[in-house]
Structure formats: C-alpha cells, structure tokens
Design a protein around this ligand. Structure first.
Ligand SMILES: [Zn+2]
Length: 305
C-alpha cells in the first residue's frame, strides 16, 4: 500500500539498522551504556493557579476519579510537590553514593520554581536537556506557538542552570513540527523524541543530518503511576532483566539502556531503594558505562558521524 499525499512530520522508518547495528565501541570498551534520566516536571504541570482550566491529575499516586471542573485538587498538587521537595534530594544522594551521573529532562518553569535544585544538578555533575517550557502537550500548540515555547525554554534553562540545553525531549510525544523546529533553532545537537531503537541513529531534517537518541517508556518508573508495576522489586527485576539481556548482547554489539525516572514516583523511599539496588547490581559488572546523554551524543558525533 502506498500513500501518495504527503503528510506533515517525519517519514516513518520501520527498518532502521535492519538487524545490522553498528559495532559500537563505548569509552573503556564498555558492553553497555546506561543512561539514567530524571524527568524534572514538578511545578510546571497543569495547575489552576497558573491559569489552566484544571489541575494535572495523571502520573502520580492516585487513581483517576472525577473532579469538579475548575476546582483545585490539593491532593494532586501535593503529590507532585513530593517530587521536588523530597524525591529530588533522595535521588541526588543515591547518585552521589553510587558515583553515577544522570541526565535531567527539565521543564523550564519547574526549575524556575526550585532554583537551588537547578544549581545543584549542575554542581553535582549531571546534565540537563529541555523537557519543554512547561510539562505540556505540544500537539495542542500551533507551529509558531511551539517555536516560541522552545525559545522560552532555552532562555529559562540557560538562566536557571547557567548553561543552554543542547538536547530536546517533549512530554510524551512530539508534534509533527517539533523535530523541524528543534533543528531550525540551530543550537540543539540531538533530540530524544523516539522510542524505536536501542542505539542512537541519524535522521535527515531539511536535508541535514540530525541525531536521535531514543528514550524508553518501558524501563520507566511511569509504570508505578500507570498501575503496571506493583511492588518496588518488580521495577528492580525489570531493570535487571533489561541489563542482563543487553549486557549479553554487548559482548558483540554494545547497546544503550535508558531508564526513565520521576522524582514524585521513584523518589519514594522503597522505590528509590529498588533503583539503588539496581545501580549497585549493574556496577558490580565490568564494562558498564553510566553515561549522560550529552556524552552519548558526543561519542556518536566523534565515532559514528
Ligand atoms: Zn517527562
């Protein structure tokens, strides 16, 4: 079947490396690159106090139930606040204890509302990419509105962290315009708006090569909020199984493992302990590279351009 009428957005690629991935030589000949990703969203989600018609009521601890239109949901607000107040610091301490660096997917407005956290992320050696101006659905924006939000996000994150972000990742899904806008802006070296591979890859935008570092929605603590993951040990087990498989494959073809984290979800003590257990497990093997996404991008530019 062919579709003759061009539709907006990237052309789908269902083949990719076609079973022949590049033989990657990660730094130190590592068999696996593990990218810990902390989504910093708390404070930028939909809120009545920010002029939104409703409070964000998804992706936290409470199951969905109806709520009167236009009314603040203080419990939901509070469940989000746990992330930036408590979960953030717990995760930062775990990363320090286990000597690993992570990447923060940061919503600009969220960092504006916790400036000490923004400074601390950089001070402790983690990197920051833009997760949007707010934690928002960009498919609801016009192309020009989205361009404006990208510009505002860059300026804000540069101000709160002291460095402009060079990577981009939308909330959940990009619009058909996002990748073009990110490339047109000129200062981004990669985006993470894809879930379709275990390795970075090049794509073409406006005739130019553009790097995509795919993210993972499966090895992701979002499963706790969606009710897909129960006790913390299930999360730990999932991460171990991912690691075991990729580490075995990495004997010949090293891959990348992305782990998606949210401060209001995995930042709770029992779940944070499960994450710490996994990190310690992975670190007990030789040839494991805990990499920031900026380092993975740099490696790809230098070795796979
Ligand atoms: Zn996110």
């Amino acid at each position: 079947m062919t579709i003759d009428t061009p539709i907006p957005g990237p052309v789908r690629d269902l083949v990719g490396y076609n079973g022949n991935p590049p033989k990657v030589t990660w730094p130190g000949n590592a068999r696996i690159a593990i990218s810990l990703v902390v989504n910093y969203e708390e404070g930028s989600e939909l809120a009545i106090g920010d002029g939104d018609p409703r409070t964000e009521r998804g992706y936290h601890e409470a199951p969905y139930y109806p709520w009167p239109a236009g009314e603040r949901d203080l419990a939901s607000e509070s469940m989000y606040e746990y992330g930036s107040r408590a979960g953030f610091w717990r995760l930062m301490d775990i990363f320090d204890e286990l000597e690993v660096k992570s990447t923060f997917y940061a919503c600009a407005v969220a960092l504006e509302r916790n400036r000490d956290a923004a400074r601390e992320i950089r001070a402790r050696g983690h990197d920051v990419i833009s997760h949007g101006y707010r934690w928002e659905d960009v498919t609801l924006l016009t192309r020009e509105e989205e361009r404006d939000h990208i510009a505002k996000a860059i300026a804000s994150i540069e101000e709160t962290t002291g460095e402009r972000p060079v990577g981009w990742y939308c909330r959940y899904g990009p619009s058909v315009n996002t990748r073009e806008l990110v490339v047109e802006e000129g200062g981004f070296t990669y985006d993470c708006d894809a879930y379709n591979d275990d390795l970075p890859y090049w794509t073409t935008v406006h005739g130019k090569k553009h790097l995509v570092i795919p993210y993972d929605i499966v090895a992701n603590d979002g499963g706790f909020a969606a009710g897909l993951v129960g006790p913390p040990r299930e999360f730990e087990e999932h991460l171990r199984y991912d690691f075991d498989r990729l580490y075995k494959e990495g004997e010949t073809y090293p891959k990348m493992m992305s782990i998606g984290l949210h401060m209001r979800l995995v930042g709770h003590p029992a779940r944070a302990q499960a994450l710490a257990n996994f990190i310690a497990y992975a670190k007990s093997f030789p040839g494991v590279w805990f990499a920031r996404r900026g380092e993975i991008a740099q490696h790809w530019y230098e070795n796979h351009a």
